[in-house]
Ligand binder design. Structure first.
Ligand SMILES: [Zn+2]
Length: 203
């Protein structure tokens, strides 16, 4: 009898919700003012830890104290091919708990959903990306080309202290990247009961 085929990405599916909950619990509110924005450093260190666990090394760069972004490169099999950048931001817009039925930084899992600030913008994709590359590392999957991962600060207030800073001061981290993937073509659109569209936007 042949062995049952393992479900692709089963490991990633199992841990993605927990990763998302954990990341939501790290309050990375970005007010636009560093004095009242915190948490990106803690979030970047948490990401570094999750990558470390599976042997993926990363670097953290700060534009200002606490305004931390993380970059990692996963080597592909064909290193002569251009690299693909997959990036997400770690910060979230402010949330007033009094306006929420679930605490915005609880990361609570209820009714089959993960709740909290960042659950759709965009700690969800951060968690999915992390779960995927952790699964790759555990199962020995090597991507076809280099994958550069960037988890950046300050996207919600213009990106000067995150993506812009990395490009201005550490452009070498993105050497060879010819395409990038991130959020968000648009939220899903329900056309009718049996048809929901997920848009892809290119630029
Ligand atoms: Zn976003």
């Amino acid at each position: 009898m042949s062995q049952p085929t393992p479900t692709p990405l089963a490991g990633a599916q199992q841990e993605v919700a927990e990763l998302l909950s954990d990341l939501i619990r790290i309050d990375t509110t970005n007010t636009g003012d560093t004095a009242t924005s915190a948490g990106e450093r803690a979030a970047a260190e948490w990401v570094a830890g999750k990558l470390d666990e599976v042997g993926i090394s990363s670097v953290i760069h700060e534009s200002e104290p606490g305004r931390a972004s993380l970059v990692a490169r996963i080597e592909g099999t064909h290193r002569d091919r251009p690299a693909l950048l997959v990036h997400g931001h770690l910060d979230v817009v402010p949330a007033d708990p009094s306006e929420w039925s679930v605490h915005p930084f609880s990361g609570e899992q209820r009714d089959g959903y993960v709740w909290g600030r960042g659950a759709v913008d965009m700690k969800d994709m951060d968690a999915m990306t992390l779960a995927l590359v952790r699964d790759w590392a555990r199962t020995g999957v090597k991507p076809d080309r280099d994958i550069v991962l960037a988890f950046v600060a300050d996207e919600e207030a213009g990106g000067r202290k995150g993506a812009h800073y990395l490009v201005d001061h550490h452009a070498d981290l993105f050497e060879g990247c010819t395409e990038a993937i991130s959020e968000v073509g648009g939220f899903s659109i329900t056309v009718r009961d049996d048809l929901r569209l997920y848009l892809v936007q290119t630029a």
